[in-house]
Design a binder for this molecule. Structure first.
Ligand SMILES: [Zn+2]
Length: 457
């Protein structure tokens, strides 16, 4: 390289000397030399021989008017001979200027054109539209001792000069270039910040889109600072076309309760209307687990992950009696023994007649009206009582409780007889210690009178 430069300088000096000798302006001569130098070596040699021929032809007849021309031609020929013979390469470089500013040197016009074509092609690709350098780039030849840059170096210099494009970190959302930043870390921190904002304890939060960065030339118009990019990607920003979506993945546990059913089984050992719980019911509980994926609050996936029965359902089992029920069997509950108004309640009372502690319930009615058995059972007493009850009926029920019906005008049953609930057993009167027509009704549990109102229904 150094050698070539020295040769070039020598050639330039020779040209200069020749030009002076010819009395012409250096610049003019330079231009001619330069245009000649652009030719191929073979063309140069050819040119030299042609000039030589012309020189010798002219020398044959040297008229005063041709002297000047001949001298000039001789100088050129001399210069060309020097160039062609003393240098193996053309010692000329081409200055590439961008908008009037010299930005570098290349070794040939072809190289310059190749670079321009490449830059235009690349810029068009980057900008997505036809890009032309047009008048921005000019190429001029210079013979000063500059060294030409490698083509790819020069291409980068030209690319860097184009204001419409810039070498930055492109921000790609789902593969689409949407912005560009100077610092790659800006993108990562914005994405982390957004994810953190939506974080939840029981959910995995992420960005639904793929966000990637790539360093390279991008349209300068896409350049954003951190605040602008944050705003552009903000999931809440409805104005932004590139607002990110928040994806949440979480597990949902769903508990389902299956109420038990009641099964009845027949039991011929029990009477009709009687029933007994054989097995208590237990509600079944099953748990299903779902993997749910939500994007911006909308469920897009709901996958059943597991299903487990936590508690098996156990049906309630009830035995129902099928044996025909004798009418005199006790139900275990009492009906009112007659129609009428209650005139005296169970318990302490102020009365002029009888005990101050009333052991039963007095129900007033008409003389001779029917008195019914409050429940089925066996008649254990039917007749006159000297203790103040007058005509009295006592029934012992199947559970051992007894009912008393007193002050009757007459009885309609006899001892040992089984009676059914509602059966007429006596008629209302005012016998024994009675101040008026009524029935004195008593319920005795284990021989002790209890409040009949608590047993009646
Ligand atoms: Zn009474």
């Amino acid at each position: 390289m150094k050698k070539i430069m020295c040769a070039a300088r020598r050639a330039a000096d020779s040209v200069s000397a020749a030009a002076k000798a010819a009395g012409k302006r250096t610049a003019e001569l330079k231009a001619e030399v330069l245009s000649a130098a652009a030719e191929k070596r073979s063309a140069l040699v050819k040119a030299v021989s042609e000039k030589k021929t012309a020189f010798f032809a002219a020398a044959k007849d040297i008229s005063p008017k041709n002297r000047k021309k001949i001298r000039r031609t001789a100088a050129i020929v001399l210069a060309l001979v020097v160039i062609a013979s003393s240098t193996p390469f053309v010692p000329v470089v081409y200055a590439v200027s961008y908008e009037g500013q010299e930005i570098g040197y290349v070794s040939s016009k072809e190289d310059a054109q190749q670079i321009i074509d490449d830059v235009e092609y690349q810029a068009s690709e980057i900008l997505g539209e036809n890009f032309s350098l047009e008048d921005r780039v000019s190429v001029t030849s210079v013979i000063s001792g500059r060294s030409a840059a490698e083509n790819d170096e020069m291409e980068k210099i030209v690319l860097d000069s184009v204001e419409e494009i810039e070498e930055l970190y492109g921000v790609y959302i789902d593969g689409e270039l949407v912005a560009a930043v100077k610092d790659e870390a800006t993108v990562d921190s914005i994405v982390s910040e957004i994810v953190a904002e939506y974080e939840e304890d029981d959910a995995y939060v992420s960005i639904n889109e793929s966000v990637a960065t790539k360093f390279g030339y991008v349209p300068s118009s896409l350049r954003r600072d951190a605040v602008e990019l944050r705003d552009m990607l903000d999931p809440e920003n409805e104005e932004s076309e590139y607002a990110l979506s928040i994806k949440k993945a979480y597990i949902v546990r769903e508990e389902t309760t299956t109420p038990f059913e009641t099964e009845t089984v027949s039991d011929s050992s029990m009477y009709e209307g009687q029933s007994k719980v054989i097995q208590n019911g237990v509600d079944g509980v099953s748990v299903a687990t779902y993997a749910v994926v939500e994007i911006d609050g909308v469920v897009v996936e709901n996958t059943l992950v597991s299903e487990k029965v936590e508690t098996e359902v156990v049906n309630k089992r009830v035995a129902k009696g099928t044996k025909e029920r004798p009418s005199t069997i006790s139900y275990g509950s009492y009906m009112f023994p007659t129609n009428g108004q209650i005139s005296s309640y169970f318990g302490y009372r102020n009365v002029s007649v009888g005990s101050s502690y009333h052991q039963g319930l007095d129900i007033w009615g008409s003389y001779g009206q029917a008195i019914w058995a409050a429940d089925g059972g066996e008649v254990t007493f039917a007749g006159w009582n000297n203790g103040g009850y007058g005509y009295l009926v006592v029934i012992r029920h199947d559970n051992g409780e007894e009912t008393y019906y007193a002050h009757c005008s007459s009885v309609a049953v006899s001892v040992g007889e089984r009676v059914f609930q509602g059966q007429t057993i006596a008629y209302m009167g005012a016998t024994g210690t009675a101040s008026g027509v009524h029935v004195h009704f008593e319920v005795r549990v284990g021989g002790t009178p209890v409040d009949p109102l608590s047993c009646l229904k």
